[in-house]
Design a protein around this ligand. Sequence first.
Ligand code: FES
Ligand code: FES
Length: 175
Amino acid sequence: MSTTQPPGSAHAHDELPSSTVTLIVNDQPRSARCPDRTLLVELIRDELGLFGTHAGCLNGDCGACTVNVDGRITKSCLVLAPAAEGTTITTVEGLGEPGALHPVQEAFWEKDGFQCGFCLPGQLFATIDLLDHEDAPSDDDIRGALAGNICRCTGYQKIIDSVRCAAERTARTPD
Ligand code: FES
Ligand code: FES
């Protein structure tokens, strides 16, 4: 009888080259062991249990998987998990303060900038990044900053209204 394991079996999975990835996520030290081919979005969701980061297209188009890695907004489906070793990551769960939304989250809430919320991580991180560089963005600035984020249900005008509102809120919020 053959002892060869079919692809995808638990035994075959165990034999995949694997690494332990250690990183800081939302100010907490975290680590997980995973196959080297694991995507960062899969590590965040499946190993760390942070389901606010969404897995959509998995090819860099939709933005639903966006997180901040070492200060840069990053589509986590485009990064292998082992490449994130030693990084500091903020996910959507890490925005704001405990018990309080980030001003950009408040603005999206106030202006109905989302419906299902699937695209929201990307919209929020792109907005925060834009407002870090531009206090009073024009509509063209906003459209350019959000271009890598696809929303299938809200309509982009409400998202632009939310970013404008966020600009006003962050201008009023001291560092
Ligand atoms: S899931 Fe990463 S960009 Fe769509
Ligand atoms: S709110 Fe549903 S995809 Fe944007």
